[in-house]
Design a protein around this ligand. Structure first.
Ligand code: TEU
Ligand code: CA
Length: 538
């Protein structure tokens, strides 16, 4: 389809390529593996895939450290393999979004090699270099998300360089016009190759304060009490100057202008514990910035209550009134939500239905549709530098990155023929493999398919407005409206039966032949524990 608004309300399936399907037995997933599994992805009824980075990389952050933006890492295959992914995806009617990591490169990128050589190279100013304070300490108090100062001393240039993430991920200097041009060229390269859009990594980190002012400490009342400073001091600083700078908008406008002739869409990742939705509002306002921003609100540690979800939805309506959110419950950075929220099977189904009823676009992360719990990865098998740094208080991101479980064949559940996949397949996941669930009509996988199908059949669910967001004890309800269609959605997020405020008018059950878990009778004044109900107005 050539609908320029294909992204609005779309269901996007996130693929973590290392862990999806290995096609050549080296224990690492690859592009040919993805191509082979596209029919499965298509069978879910989703609209688009987002593939986490597969570019040339030393893999210190598993591809989020790019050494060549315009080539495929040999580990993942070739540009030809990527062309094959696009071609097959398009044949199946799937859009392809790739993950561009523009805020920083790998320290192995030739741009950085040149920049660190001396202060008079062509690309000397392409990264954020600064002199030490008189006592030799870093230029300011900015912190890295992955631990310690955001500044790394470079003995050759005798200066510090900025890295918001690993020391091996130096930040590009967006105040240098040539940097912006080079990055726009990267976007053009992939658009010319046929991609339909981008997931843009950490867009609120693009620009830093040129005066390098210190960040203030975060006021105690704004702190997340569950995060001790010893675990990650980053969360106790207000990142006023190291990110969210107003100059980001000018670059995002240029990027959008490059995308426009291709009808491409972008979802920008805005990580900010305090101001995420406000920044979403800024970055998705109007029609010349981002189409969508990726929201962290439901990637939270604690299971969101009906009240919390209502509050988030209302805040988006206020702060991003003409913008657009992209929601996710799980991704490659956080504990899988089945475990993070400690969900029963019934709870998991209600949350899946809820996700498919949210105003915004939505992402599901590979294995989420199987209801996989977080895998238990022992320290000895750990790969994630973030986990290694903060173990055991924070166990890192490997537990959500273990290989996809396809069937019961061999040791590796159909993921790989290697004896040593890069992360071990979780034994606990085996019973939930795709093959096992395909044969079980009651499986979570089929529930996801039905919920996704409802969303794509009803534009009201995908892109309708909200009306009447209500909380009644543990019950969240809202009405989604689009043109003259209205759909009432109610979810009991609690362990006890609960009352529902019935909307006025005549309503009938939506697709009674496709029940979303147990649907209550025509009288929906009462929902059982962990039950949802969708009604369409006659
Ligand atoms: O993540 C950005 C980001 O905000 C994460 O650091 C997040 O806060 C953290 O992982 C929570 O556990 C993106 C990518 O998704 C992540 O995989 C990369 O490591 C990071 O950027 C650096 O490129
Ligand atoms: Ca491989």
């Amino acid at each position: 389809t050539d609908d320029p608004e294909w992204w609005r309300g779309a269901v996007i399936y996130q693929i973590y390529p290392r862990s999806f399907q290995d096609s050549n037995g080296d224990g690492i997933g690859d592009l040919a593996g993805i191509a082979a599994r596209l029919p499965y992805i298509s069978s879910l009824g989703i609209d688009a895939i987002w593939i986490s980075p597969f570019f040339t990389s030393p893999m210190k952050d598993f591809g989020y450290d790019v050494a060549d933006y315009c080539d495929v890492d040999p580990m993942f295959g070739t540009l030809g393999d990527f062309d094959q992914v696009i071609e097959t995806a398009h044949e199946l009617g799937l859009k392809v979004m790739i993950d561009l990591v523009m805020s920083h490169t790998s320290d192995q990128h030739p741009w950085f090699s040149n920049s660190r050589k001396s202060r008079d190279e062509e690309r000397s100013n392409w990264y954020v270099w600064a002199d030490p304070k008189p006592d030799g300490t870093p230029p300011n108090n900015w912190l890295s998300i992955f631990g310690g100062s955001a500044w790394q001393w470079d003995a050759r240039r005798e200066q510090y360089y900025l890295h918001n993430f690993l020391t091996s991920q130096p930040d590009l200097n967006f105040h240098e016009p040539a940097v912006q041009e080079a990055l726009l060229d990267v976007a053009r390269f992939w658009l010319e190759r046929g991609v339909d859009g981008f997931r843009l990594d950490t867009i609120n980190f693009y620009t830093h304060d040129a005066q390098l002012r210190d960040n203030p400490a975060l006021a105690p009342e704004k702190r997340n009490a569950t995060i001790a400073p010893s675990v990650n001091p980053y969360n106790h600083q207000e990142h006023l100057y190291s990110k969210n700078r107003p100059e980001n908008l000018a670059f995002l406008r240029k990027l959008r202008a490059v995308m426009e002739p291709y009808g491409a869409a972008a979802v920008g990742e805005v990580g900010d514990a305090q101001r995420g939705l406000e920044i979403m509002g800024q970055y998705t306002a109007g029609t010349d910035l981002m189409q969508m921003c990726y929201a962290f609100e439901f990637l939270c540690a604690v299971q969101p209550t009906a009240t919390r979800i209502a509050e988030v939805l209302q805040t988006v309506d206020e702060l991003a009134a003409d913008g657009w959110a992209c929601w996710a419950f799980s991704n490659h950075d956080v504990m899988r939500h089945a475990s993070r929220w400690n969900l029963s099977d019934a709870a998991q189904r209600v949350f899946a239905t809820l996700l498919m009823c949210l105003r915004g676009s939505v992402c599901i992360y590979q294995g989420e549709e199987l209801g996989l719990p977080e895998a238990d990865v022992p320290f000895s098998a750990l790969q994630d530098p973030y986990g290694i740094e903060f173990w055991p208080e924070f166990k890192g991101r490997d537990g959500c990155r273990t290989p996809m479980v396809w069937d019961q064949s061999g040791e590796n559940a159909g993921f790989s023929t290697s004896n040593t996949p890069w992360l071990p397949v979780s034994k606990e996941h085996l019973k939930s493999s795709v093959a096992a669930q395909e044969d079980a009509p009651d499986a979570v996988l089929h529930h996801y398919r039905r919920a996704i199908a409802l969303r794509s059949e009803h534009p009201a669910l995908a892109k309708g407005k909200h009306a009447d967001i209500q909380v009644n004890g543990t019950v969240l309800s809202f009405i989604r409206t689009y043109e003259d269609v209205a759909i009432f959605c109610a979810f009991n997020l609690g362990e006890e039966p609960a009352e529902v405020n019935q909307p006025a008018g005549t309503w009938r059950k939506l697709s009674p032949d496709q029940p979303l878990g147990p649907i209550a009778g025509a009288e929906i004044s009462r929902l059982e524990a962990w039950q949802s109900c969708l009604l369409i107005r006659e």
